[in-house]
Design a protein around this ligand. Structure first.
Ligand code: GRF
Length: 192
């Protein structure tokens, strides 16, 4: 299974997937990284792991579709089977959705459908809910709306700070993402 990673920021989830492949917990090849942010720390992490990287902000292209077509050509050049979003802060448009139907996966730091959007952890924290969690789901044309693959919940202790909650959520993400992808591959839901 050839996985293309998409990320925009720190890349702690990308690092967790790199480590899972190295340790034999994820039976896949990380064939490339797509990054829309030239300042992102994830670029270094991919470089260290010798993963070919395309850094391409949408502003470098005349329009959205041209941006997606450029990315698609890069993915095809690396024989991508599956796209795995890990902190990718852009909406995936029709060009990629049509090229990879049910083959684009995202991780979101809340129990979807609760708290979609950019600030899932903070929104749950500020809402004062008793529990939140992590969701792994297929990507469709909506924002954080696709079919759910796996979820893990976490009770929020009353005295927890936002930073503590973020750390707890990220720890779940780093364990759950490789495990859920491996289950998906093993179940043969992915036919390659
Ligand atoms: C993660 O919390 C992920 O769920 C969300 O963006 C964050 C990315 O963090 N979509 P990192 O760049 O993987 O450290």
């Amino acid at each position: 299974m050839n996985i293309a990673l998409f990320a925009s920021g720190t890349g702690s989830n990308v690092q967790a997937l790199i480590t899972a492949v190295e340790e034999g917990r994820l039976d896949a090849t990380l064939v490339c990284l797509v990054c829309d942010n030239p300042q992102a720390a994830v670029i270094d992490k991919a470089q260290q792991a010798q993963i070919p990287t395309l850094v391409l902000p949408p502003s470098a292209c005349p329009h959205r579709q041209a941006w997606e077509e450029h990315i698609l050509a890069f993915l095809q050049a690396h024989q991508t089977d599956l796209i795995v979003l890990a902190g990718f802060m852009r909406i995936i448009g029709d060009t990629l959705l049509e090229a990879y139907p049910k083959r684009i996966i995202n991780i979101h730091p809340s129990l979807l459908p609760e708290f979609p959007g950019r600030h899932g952890i903070q929104d749950a924290y500020e809402a004062g809910v008793a529990q939140t969690g992590v969701t792994i789901h297929f990507v469709d044309a909506g924002i954080d709306t696709g079919e759910i693959i796996a979820q893990e919940s976490l009770a929020i202790p009353q005295e927890a700070t936002l930073a503590e909650l973020e750390a707890a959520i990220h720890a779940i993400e780093h364990r759950l993402y490789p495990a859920a992808l491996q289950t998906l591959i093993e179940k043969g839901k992915m036919d390659k």
